[in-house]
Design a protein around this ligand. Structure first.
Ligand code: B12
Ligand code: SF4
Length: 496
């Protein structure tokens, strides 16, 4: 079997430039099960794409492995791969109060791989697109794939196995003489209309479903907004790349036929561009499939009666609106591109419909003070229906290259180097007292059983609740059961 380490292929002769089957092991490294385990859509799409390109692929999902390093060792022995692809989703848990640095798990994983094989090591996954240089340095991997893995990874393999220069492939990053290099550029992800993999082929689907996981699907990439903290444009680009609504319908039909009926749209913003979202929903409403749909990523700017009616008719069972704040000062500081008036308007529209709604807030952003927090809490008090749920996150994770990073440096609240920012680091408005906010939120959560904070999401026993819920017949989304769960926990003396 060809060993295709980056260095060895550079000097290959013309004769070697023929199609070579590469033995690939894709290791899905995410083991975080809160609030529910997330099915690794991207890793499965990538596995299928390289298999289509003629390579031999095995996927090892570490999510439910009791002894992940032993499982990895045994798979390395079994498959003896030429190339190991690491799918890395989360850098950390984005929780300022109880931060957990997931990227550190890579240390032992890499050591295990390196102790068994000298196979080429390729990084991919959302985390890698967010902090490629830092993760390349941390893991000393050979290559990192940024963005559209199912397009870029097969091209990288072709280059590696045929002796072409991999650094010519758009969407690749690497370290050369300790200097970070990247060949940026995005693929055309939806060109073949293939949106969903055959999940059963790669992962233990039932293990996910029995923990109330939903099945992810994406209908677009890119975002025109410019929120100061956001990494999504780094992952997906600024320009919209839309998947045709007929292809979305066909993909959902395929999922339903495979028994996968709780489906979640994981677009960065589901309802922007508005016409695209409406077309997708109307298509699905036209021929009702037996599915339960949801999306947590609605922008209040584009919430109107026509869209919500189409969503209801399409089979949506829950929506999330990412408003972040109901204060003009904070919304302006975050560059959200909408105002408090839009937030209030969205609330009026939502009240006219039956769809359960999760309201998502981010407290402590630029310009946040006691007064702006009170504005947001007042909005929540007066506009969020008791059957709906409000999620309040405190502090904002700062990523290198964002406007928030620049602002934090200017305000003197951030003084570490980008390389040190794999360790979770958060922005918290200098105009706000953290103890005051913590107490305020404690009171708000104590008096509203439909409110949750990041601590609730990070509860160590949430996975047990998920399994129990599934056995009792609960259906996703999990947040719809917030009141019940919180009341139940309170009964047992656990105040979340
Ligand atoms: C939707 C979403 C969610 C949903 C997921 C719902 C669901 N059923 O899947 C919810 C709300 C539950 C969620 C939760 C969390 N999320 Co989230 N989420 C996203 C979002 C918007 C899309 C993810 C997605 O499915 N993309 C579509 C698939 C196709 O893309 P992909 O998996 O990235 O795969 C592509 C590439 O990465 C690459 N690739 C993937 N694997 C591999 C492997 C190899 C070998 C190669 C070569 C390439 C490759 O190719 C793939 C196809 O093109 C991203 C942001 C974004 N725009 O990506 C954040 C994001 C992934 N989430 C993030 C985080 C932090 C979290 C949470 C920890 C936050 C929290 N406390 O709630 C939790 C963790 C949940 C868990 N158990 O792991 C971060 C992760 C990186 C980081 N900053 O740490 C992101 C990037 C957002 C951000 N803040 O930067 N999330
Ligand atoms: S709307 Fe969402 S995806 Fe777009 S820039 Fe803002 S936070 Fe990022």
């Amino acid at each position: 079997m060809p060993r295709i380490r980056a260095t060895s292929c550079r000097g290959r002769t013309q004769a070697a430039k023929e199609a070579i089957t590469v033995n690939i092991l894709i290791v899905i490294t995410n083991r975080y099960s809160n609030p529910t385990p997330v099915m690794p859509l991207g890793a499965c799409l990538v596995a299928e794409a390289v298999e289509r390109a003629g390579h031999r692929v095995v996927a090892l999902d570490l999510m439910f492995e009791q002894y992940p390093l032993q499982a990895l060792e045994s798979e390395l022995n079994k498959t003896s791969p030429d190339l190991v692809g690491l799918s890395v989703r989360n850098i950390d848990n984005n929780d300022m109060q109880r931060p957990v640095a997931f990227f550190k798990d890579l240390d032992q994983i890499i050591k295990t791989i390196r102790s068994k094989t000298d196979a080429t090591l390729v990084l991919g996954g959302a985390a890698v697109a967010v902090m490629p240089e830092e993760l390349l340095r941390y893991t000393v991997a050979d290559w990192a794939v940024l963005g559209d893995g199912e397009v870029v990874f097969p091209q990288l393999l072709e280059a590696l196995s045929q002796g072409k220069a991999p650094n010519q492939v758009a969407g690749i990053a690497w370290l050369e003489d300790n200097v970070f290099r990247k060949n940026s550029g995005y693929g055309v992800r939806f060109s073949d209309g293939c949106l969903v993999p055959d999940f059963h082929r790669w992962i233990d689907v039932q293990a996910y479903l029995s923990r109330l996981a939903t099945v992810p699907i994406q209908t677009k990439l890119g975002c025109h907004f410019k929120c100061v903290y956001c990494t999504y444009r780094k992952i997906e680009g600024h320009d919209y790349r839309l998947c045709d609504s007929r292809a979305v319908f066909e993909a959902i039909r395929r999922l339903a036929a495979a028994g996968l009926r709780d489906i979640e749209f994981v677009d960065n913003v589901f309802n922007s561009p508005y016409d695209h979202a409406l077309a997708v929903c109307e298509h699905l409403a036209g021929i009702r499939l037996n599915v339960r749909l949801q999306s947590l990523e609605l922008n209040p700017l584009f919430v109107d009666d026509a869209l919500l009616t189409a969503m209801e008719r399409a089979g949506f069972v829950g929506i999330g609106v990412t408003v972040e704040s109901a204060s003009d000062t904070v919304l302006a500081g975050l560059h959200k591109g909408f105002t408090a008036e839009h937030v209030y308007h969205a609330a009026q529209v939502i009240k006219r419909h039956h769809l359960p709604c999760l309201w998502i807030f981010m407290l402590g952003g630029p310009g946040e003070t006691k007064t702006t927090i009170q504005e947001t809490l007042r909005f929540a008090e007066q506009n969020i229906r008791p059957k709906d749920v409000a999620f309040f996150n405190m502090g904002i994770r700062i990523y290198p290259g964002t406007e928030l990073e620049q602002r934090a440096r200017k305000e003197g609240v951030l003084d570490i180097l980008p390389n040190e920012m794999l360790e979770p680091v958060f922005y918290f408005s200098p105009g706000l007292d953290l103890d005051w906010l913590t107490q305020e939120m404690h009171k708000a959560l104590a008096t509203h059983m439909n409110y949750i904070g990041s601590t609730t999401i990070g509860l160590s026993f949430l996975p047990i609740i998920n399994r129990l819920g599934y056995r009792l017949g609960a259906k996703p989304p999990l947040w719809r059961h917030t009141r019940l769960i919180r009341r139940g926990l309170r009964f047992f003396g656990i105040d979340t």
